[in-house]
Design a protein around this ligand. Structure first.
Ligand SMILES: [Fe+2]
Length: 257
C-alpha cells in the first residue's frame, strides 16, 4: 500500500493542485489528509471539494474553529476564520452545495489508527490542538507524555501536521528532532526499537523557511518527504481579491515563514 499523507492546505488552491499533480505521478493508492484544509487562505470551498474524495480526512484546529468558534486564535487568524465561515454560507451558491461543505466539516474525525500507525492533526495527546514544535525535543516531560499517549494505543509511528514544520521526532535515549535533509528526505521505520512522530509539513503554508509545498509518501516502511514548487504569485493574487483576509497571510507565503 502506497499512501500520500498531506496536511495544512489552508485554502491555498495553487499549492494543493501542484501537490495533487505530483501525487498522481507517484501513483499512490490513497491520500490521507491530516486537517486544516481551510483557514488563512483564499480558496476554502475549492480545497474542501478536492479533499472531500480522500478516504481519511482529520479535523484540524481551523476546521474546529470554523465549526465551534475561534477560541485562542490571534486576530489575523481569527479574521480569516470569520471570512472562511462566510464563504461557506455564500448566498450566491446553492443551499445544497453549502450544506454539503458543512456536512463534510462535521464528518471529520480527530484521529485515525491503522495497525501501528496513528494519524492526528496535532499530537497523540491532543489530536486537534496541541503543537509539537521542533524545539520541543528538549522538553523531556512534554515529550514523555506525548509519546505515551493515548493510553492503551499501541502505535509505533504517528503522523502529524499542525506546526507546518516537517521532520521527525524520535524516542531514543533522549528525544531528538531531525529535519528531512538530515536523512536525505527518506527513512525506513522498519523494526525501530522506539516510537517515531513524523510531521509531514504543510501544503499551503510552510513555516520552515522553504516556500514550497510539503508532503510525505509512505510506501510500506519507507517514508519519503517531498517539496513541490508551485505558483505562489497565483495564490497571492487570490488573496488580493479577498480584502477581508490580512495581507500578512499572503506575504508570508513567499518566504515560507
Ligand atoms: Fe495549520
Amino acid at each position: 500500500m502506497k499512501q500520500a499523507i498531506i496536511s495544512d492546505i489552508h485554502g491555498n488552491l495553487a499549492a494543493f493542485e501542484a501537490v495533487l499533480d505530483d501525487i498522481s505521478k507517484e501513483k499512490v493508492d490513497e491520500i490521507y489528509c491530516l486537517g486544516d484544509i481551510i483557514g488563512y487562505g483564499p480558496d476554502p470551498r475549492a480545497c474542501l471539494e478536492l479533499a472531500h474524495r480522500f478516504p481519511i480526512n482529520l479535523l484540524g484546529n481551523h476546521e474546529e474553529a470554523v465549526l465551534m468558534g475561534a477560541i485562542g486564535f490571534n486576530p489575523k487568524a481569527k479574521a480569516a476564520i470569520d471570512w472562511t465561515r462566510d464563504q461557506l454560507n455564500l448566498d450566491s451558491q446553492p443551499v445544497e452545495k453549502n450544506r454539503q461543505l458543512w456536512n463534510f466539516l462535521g464528518s471529520l474525525k480527530r484521529r485515525h489508527l491503522d495497525g501501528e500507525k496513528l494519524f492526528v492533526h496535532g499530537s497523540p495527546r491532543d489530536p486537534t490542538r496541541e503543537y509539537i514544535f521542533h524545539q520541543d525535543w528538549q522538553d523531556r516531560k512534554k515529550m514523555d507524555e506525548i509519546f505515551a499517549s493515548p493510553e492503551g494505543v499501541r502505535w509505533k509511528i504517528c503522523f502529524t501536521g499542525h506546526t507546518h514544520f516537517p521532520g521527525i521526532f524520535t524516542q531514543e535515549n533522549t528525544y531528538r528532532f531531525y529535519e528531512p535533509k538530515a536523512f536525505n528526505l527518506q527513512f525506513n521505520h522498519e523494526n525501530l526499537p522506539y516510537r517515531v512522530i513524523v510531521n509531514v509539513g504543510s501544503v499551503g503554508q510552510p513555516r520552515d523557511g522553504d516556500y514550497r509545498a510539503s508532503y510525505v509518501v509512505l510506501n510500506g516502511r519507507n517514508v519519503q518527504f517531498k517539496r513541490i514548487d508551485y505558483d505562489v504569485q497565483r495564490t497571492i493574487a487570490r488573496f488580493r481579491a479577498c480584502p477581508e483576509l490580512p495581507e500578512y497571510l499572503a506575504r508570508r507565503l513567499e518566504e515560507g515563514k
